[in-house]
Design a protein around this ligand. Structure first.
Ligand SMILES: [Zn+2]
Length: 207
């Protein structure tokens, strides 16, 4: 009888001392599980946005596990975004000759104005060329595939003027402002802080 009572008392003490541990473990587990779930949701959301907005860039997310060491969710998200912008900036791309437009869709002065002018000025029908090239490319950036209005589009020549490249549509490459900055940049790290993609992704970071 005495032994039984001792057994019950000791048993109860042991169980009671384990309760706080159990509660603490539950809390820690839940917190960890929640933040893991949130970052998973964030990554899924970002992946959907990137493939819809920049379909030509093959973003990879296999490098993000290292950021889960960060306790702060916002810091994790910002580090992930910086990595994604880096991937966008470092995507290798070469300016190439583009598709031709059927001759019947071109205008009478097209051939004459395609030739390089002596003073390197743009031809009188430049705007028309730009709009035609945008339509040819379905108003999408040639490098990243993002949608652009003809008014926001930039043009780079596949073959530079100094190398004899003309204003024929095959030589006209349609690019978004971000890709133009990247292709013209002499300091990619500096350029990467001044891109629309960075602003767009930062809007998705938790407050
Ligand atoms: Zn682009």
């Amino acid at each position: 009888m005495v032994l039984d009572l001792q057994f019950i008392i000791f048993g109860s003490i042991i169980i009671l001392s384990l309760v706080p541990l159990y509660i603490y473990r539950e809390k820690v587990f839940k917190k960890f599980y929640k933040s893991n779930n949130d970052i998973k949701f964030f990554l899924e959301n970002i992946a959907i946005y990137l493939s819809a907005t920049y379909p030509k860039i093959p973003f990879r997310n296999n490098n993000f596990k290292k950021y889960t060491k960060e306790n702060n969710m916002r810091t994790q998200e910002i580090l992930i975004i910086e990595e994604l912008v880096k991937q966008y900036v470092n995507y290798e791309y070469e300016l190439k000759t583009q598709k031709s437009i059927p001759k019947e869709k071109l205008w009478s002065s097209y051939e004459k104005n395609s030739k390089l002018l002596k003073d390197n000025k743009l031809p009188i029908d430049w705007q028309q060329r730009k709009e035609t090239a945008c339509l040819r490319d379905n108003n999408k950036c040639n490098r990243c595939g993002t949608k652009i209005k003809s008014s926001n589009a930039n043009i780079l020549l596949a073959k530079q003027m100094k190398n004899g490249g003309g204003f024929n549509l095959e030589n006209i490459v349609v690019l978004c402002p971000d890709c133009t900055k990247i292709l013209k940049s002499s300091n990619l790290e500096k350029t990467s802080r001044d891109l629309n993609i960075l602003d767009n992704l930062m809007k998705k970071v938790s407050n």
